[in-house]
Design a protein around this ligand. Structure first.
Ligand code: SF4
Length: 398
């Protein structure tokens, strides 16, 4: 039986990274407590709040594979993302986790906390584990201090090396590292160095993202209008980024990591249970400002502005935005796009049957161009084309 994933958005950061324009803010600590109260109230009262916002949680849809039973069956994963959730006091994180268990049942198999390395301390790590966290996702991004400083990150290489034994000592057996390919000043040599240092620290899970610079970020503006303050002129080219990605494929594979999603690698058994729900189109509920949700038939998001979110919840209302019912056509596109992100590929027979469509014609030109591989009813992206997967998706969605 499928169970829900729960996402909690914590939209606070210590500083703003140069490439990021997420709806996150650098705020005084006294803003945390009212936010935590609002999130807990949203969790406890989610059925009433969602109903008042025209979200249909309970209506089963016989044609969809995920029905109301999934949503009534409790949750088995929790993911605290941000922003920088590890900035919250451990007792605040504990309060949210207790509210989740009280509302969605106690059987949480995977509880992930996104943490920035410089925020990890022994007492905090012990309190996270006591609260029920069993997975830490680390925004490492790079092991080069020059790259970290240019990107506006707070931590340095030494913080990562210091934090990992603290987490291990506290009892966390599942650690994920994020790396970014394409940071200003990154070279093939420095990227290789980051990969080597990461592998030496033996995290169970690795995510590698190609740098996406938001146009509204400081680095984005400098890329558009010129300047030297944020090292826009030192951002690697697309070809270099593709080369970095391919190097990661090679080295992580050789180190025993299983490549299971375009951006994600795991030691056997350590694939992210929570994130797999997104890629498999399973239901998840997001709480907090800007959090996204999917019920199996509708998608929606909470308002981004944290202060507006808190005041709406305090007045007993959930500020829902972008509420949309997923049409059969959209669902099919999601199946293809999200399915092909997974290296196991998609079962074309199942999708054709479920959506009443014939897909052979759609895949023909991609197979002829060597972009996808077919094996019986299974279609997957060609391994050597993963670094240009966006081009494949553009072709597929035409
Ligand atoms: S990249 Fe992450 S840590 Fe940096 S400002 Fe954006 S949300 Fe905060």
């Amino acid at each position: 039986m499928k169970r829900l994933g729960i996402y909690v958005q914590v939209p606070f950061c210590q500083t703003k990274c140069t490439y990021c324009n997420f709806h996150t803010g650098v705020v005084a600590k006294d803003r945390f407590a009212p936010y935590v109260e609002a999130v807990c109230r949203e969790i406890r009262e989610h059925r009433r709040l969602l109903k008042a916002a025209s979200v249909e949680l309970d209506e089963a849809d016989g044609e969809k594979k995920h029905t109301a039973e999934s949503l009534c069956d409790g949750a088995d994963t929790v993911y605290f993302g941000g922003g920088t959730p590890s900035l919250l006091e451990p007792r605040q994180l504990q309060k949210i986790l207790e509210t989740i268990r009280g509302t969605f049942g106690p059987e949480i198999e995977e509880a992930t906390l996104e943490a920035d390395p410089e925020t990890v301390e022994e007492a905090k790590a012990a309190a996270w584990v006591a609260a029920g966290m069993n997975r830490a996702s680390f925004g490492v991004q790079s092991f080069s201090d020059k790259e970290l400083a240019a990107a506006g990150r707070m931590h340095r290489r030494a913080d990562v090396c210091r934090a990992v034994p603290i987490l291990r000592g506290a009892g966390i057996r599942n650690i994920s590292f994020d790396l970014i390919a394409g940071l200003p000043h990154q070279t093939k040599e420095s990227w290789k160095q980051s990969l080597d240092e990461l592998i030496a620290l033996e995290p169970e899970h690795v995510s590698v993202y190609l740098l996406e610079v938001d146009e509204g970020s400081r680095l984005g503006k400098e890329l558009l209008t010129g300047g030297t303050r944020y090292s826009a002129g030192r951002v690697p080219s697309d070809d270099e980024m593709a080369e970095f990605y391919e190097l990661a494929q090679r080295d992580l594979g050789a180190a025993g990591y299983h490549h299971y999603e375009i951006s994600n690698w795991a030691k056997p058994g350590f694939e992210s249970k929570h994130n797999l729900k997104y890629w498999k189109r399973e239901p998840y509920l997001g709480f907090g400002a800007g959090a996204h949700s999917f019920s199996g038939r509708q998608r929606w998001a909470n308002a981004h502005d944290a202060a507006a979110y808190v005041s709406a919840i305090e007045s007993g209302r959930l500020p829902v935005e972008q509420l949309e019912s997923v049409t059969a056509e959209q669902a099919l596109e999601e199946e293809l796009f999200l399915g092909l992100r997974q290296l196991d590929g998609i079962d074309v027979g199942r999708i054709e049957k479920e959506y009443g469509v014939a897909l052979a014609g759609r895949f023909e030109p991609l197979a002829a161009a060597g972009l996808i591989q077919r094996e019986g009813a299974v279609v997957r992206l060609a391994e050597e084309k993963l670094s240009v997967s966006n081009e494949v998706f553009v072709e597929l969605m035409k």
